[in-house]
Design a protein around this ligand. Structure first.
Ligand code: C2E
Ligand code: MG
Ligand code: MG
Ligand code: MG
Length: 285
């Protein structure tokens, strides 16, 4: 108690702490305005089929250009949205926008990140159902990506939420696998449709044998559950070759493409359609 009071007093009188808090409040306020006025945008990063090397999906990633400050990373503002009650509005915006946009890309699946704060909401399934209906996207094209943090705290509820969501037809992926504590026995019960290997495991794969073995073992672990595996954060050809060899069927990373505006994805698809429509003789020549 005494310690707590001491800390409270310190926060009160420490000008640096005041400045921090003020900055955080200002950021939160700006974020609220951005959400309300629809100033957030989405970037889409291609997901690449490891055997054909064609784009077969995209991951939607939220972007915020904060007025007077420039772009703020989602790693910074998502946690703030989580603790300030903004995550639901933000999440709903992202889900709706991603589904609406992906509607025009019938050959692609679309992955949308969901934070614990959304997932925890008992009404989450209802609003996913609502967005699916409103945007008329085929549910099986939509993947919701969740990270393991929340899962670990509430395994029972997570399992139930996943079950309910899957009755809508959407797919569920476990994001950032290998970055935390997931243990195999316990992953099995959740019924994930896909596992995404965290970028941190892919990073050092061509640098040392031990890192390579670590990645290989992690992919093998995921595959032992008979779940398809995506590798994220592929920046080099060597990394792409390695993760493909280990059994990842889907690749994502700057080596293939950075997250890009929706129009770029449309252009990529159009270019591909044009190529597909060319007479065989010409393409072969
Ligand atoms: P994530 O879901 O694991 O997304 C992948 C992140 O890795 C993205 O960062 C992407 O731009 C980055 N990335 C992809 N390929 C490469 C690569 O080759 N090299 C490197 N260095 N980075 C790569 P981003 O967009 O900054 O997002 C960071 C995290 O913020 C996401 O990690 C996700 O957890 C969260 N996030 C992003 N958008 C949303 C959203 O709409 N809703 C929620 N709840 N979270 C989001
Ligand atoms: Mg993700
Ligand atoms: Mg990830
Ligand atoms: Mg990540």
């Amino acid at each position: 108690k005494a310690k707590e009071a001491g800390r409270a007093r310190m926060t009160l009188y420490d000008p640096a702490m005041d400045a921090d808090r003020e900055e955080r409040n200002a950021l939160e306020l700006d974020l609220r305005v951005a959400i309300e006025s629809g100033d957030l945008t989405l970037a889409y990063q291609p997901l690449i089929d490891a055997s054909t090397h064609e784009m077969n999906g995209v991951e939607a990633l939220v972007r915020w250009n904060r007025p007077g400050h420039g772009p703020v990373s989602p790693e910074v503002f998502i946690p703030i949205a989580e603790t300030s009650g903004l995550i639901e509005a933000l999440g709903l915006f992202v889900l709706r926008k991603a589904c609406e946009t992906a509607k025009q890309w019938p050959e692609l699946r679309v992955a949308v990140n969901v934070s614990p704060g959304q997932f925890r909401n008992p009404a989450f399934t209802d609003y996913v159902r609502y967005v699916l209906k409103q945007t008329e996207i085929e549910a099986q094209r939509v993947t919701l990506e969740i990270t393991e943090g929340y899962m670990i705290q509430n395994p029972q509820r997570t399992r139930q939420s996943i079950e309910r969501l899957k009755t809508l037809g959407v797919k569920i992926a476990l994001d950032d696998f290998g970055s935390g504590f997931s243990s195999i026995g316990y992953l099995r019960q959740f019924g994930f449709d896909r596992i995404k290997i965290d970028r941190s495991l892919v990073e050092g794969v061509t640098e040392s044998d031990s890192q390579r073995e670590m990645l290989q073992a992690t992919v093998a672990l995921a595959r032992s559950l008979d779940i398809p595996v995506t590798a994220e954060g592929i920046e080099t050809e060597e990394q792409a070759l390695a993760v493909r060899l280990f059994g990842c069927d889907c690749l994502q990373g700057y080596f293939f493409s950075k997250p890009v505006p929706a129009d770029r994805i449309t252009e990529m698809l159009e270019a591909r359609r044009a190529l597909d429509a060319m007479p065989r003789q010409i393409t072969a020549a």
